[in-house]
Write a protein that binds this ligand. Structure first.
Ligand SMILES: Nc1ncnc2c1ncn2[C@@H]1O[C@H](COP(=O)(O)OP(=O)(O)OP(=O)(O)O)[C@@H](O)[C@H]1O
Ligand SMILES: [Mg+2]
Length: 306
């Protein structure tokens, strides 16, 4: 079983309007609502890949039921503890020709320390036998920087952390199995620009010196680099028709974890991660991945040891 944690779920509400003008009145042409939040997105992709998964987390009591129903409908078993407030809505306003997206993201409810402790207890009591714990997304208001570190320490289960800034840094001391920064997040973590793959590898090794066991750096169209204590692999970026790059990192994390749980092999997990990440850029912003894209891409991923 793979458990993903979603501390700040949201309704991803996508509306299309003819054209967006600041200060203007807009009539909505089409509208859809998807269950969002990175933890939920990773779980959703894992479920699509056929991996046993559930999503646990914290959700504002207003809207929680509707959110949980949407997740279940998407094939993701879930368990959320409720907090005061409402599940936030992230609004994406898309122009009818698809050329522009304006995003308005709410912060989400304040998380009381007590509720976070309740969630830690649920995780300790229910996830001890899991294969993987996936911790991803920005922390909601009220959560200290070491929240992911506490979740990693709560269990003796390999954890993946996909976070940025202080929460990424703070997670390292808890020795997560894998961290998955993108290039900008890795630059921020080490405090300098990274000019080439050698520099990316050195920066990844600094995260390992600080506690990460393995580092998967996603490089957008440039592919990705997987760094382990004794090996480094690079995967080229695949040339595909790009619809939306939002959520490519979430799909990559899901593909990697599904692959590692199934095979225990780093190269195969890496291949599946790259295929899933790439499949996600081929769908528009409201969709995650299509299985047929993922399967067609698997054979195209080239991985070489650096
Ligand atoms: N434009 C692209 N063309 C081809 N492959 C891409 C492209 N963008 C992303 N990918 C694939 O998806 C993987 C993850 O993408 P990326 O580095 O953009 O993640 P991210 O910045 O963490 O995304 P997010 O946080 O929005 O989910 C890349 O390593 C690559 O394999
Ligand atoms: Mg990311």
């Amino acid at each position: 079983m793979i458990t993903t944690i979603c501390l700040n779920p949201c309704f991803d509400k996508t509306v299309t309007v003819d054209a967006m003008t600041v200060g203007g009145l807009h009539r909505v042409r089409t509208m859809r609502t998807d269950p969002g939040g990175k933890g939920a997105n990773v779980a959703n992709v894992l479920s699509r890949l056929g991996a046993p998964v559930r999503c646990l987390g914290l959700a504002g009591e207003q809207g929680a039921k509707a959110y949980e129903d949407l997740l279940e409908k998407a094939g993701v078993p879930q368990g959320f503890l409720h907090v005061c407030g409402e599940v936030r809505t992230n609004l994406k306003i898309v122009s009818l020709d698809g050329s522009e997206v304006t995003e308005i993201n709410e912060p989400g409810p304040m998380i009381p320390e007590k509720r976070l402790n309740d969630l830690l207890k649920v995780v300790r009591e229910n996830c001890g036998g899991d294969d993987f714990l996936v911790l991803t997304g920005s922390l909601p208001p009220g959560c200290a920087d070491d929240t992911y570190a506490r979740l990693v320490r709560a269990l003796n289960v390999p954890a993946v952390v996909d976070a940025s800034g202080k929460s990424l840094r703070a997670s390292l001391a808890a020795r997560p199995f894998l961290v998955k920064p993108n290039k900008a997040e890795l630059c921020e973590a080490v405090g300098r620009k990274l000019e080439d793959l050698g520099a990316v590898e050195r920066a990844a090794r600094e995260l390992m010196d600080a506690g990460a066991q393995h580092v998967l750096v996603s490089l957008g169209a440039e592919g990705a680099l997987l760094v382990t204590p004794d090996k480094v692999w690079h995967a080229d970026g695949l040339k595909v028709k790009v619809s939306s790059t939002v959520g490519a990192g979430d799909a990559m994390t899901a593909g990697f974890v599904a692959g590692f749980v199934e095979t225990g092999d780093f190269v195969e997990a890496f291949r599946r991660g790259v295929a899933a990440g790439t499949a996600s850029v081929m769908t528009d912003g409201t969709q995650l991945i299509r299985l047929e894209d993922y399967e067609a891409l698997l054979g195209r991923v080239t991985i070489r040891e650096v």
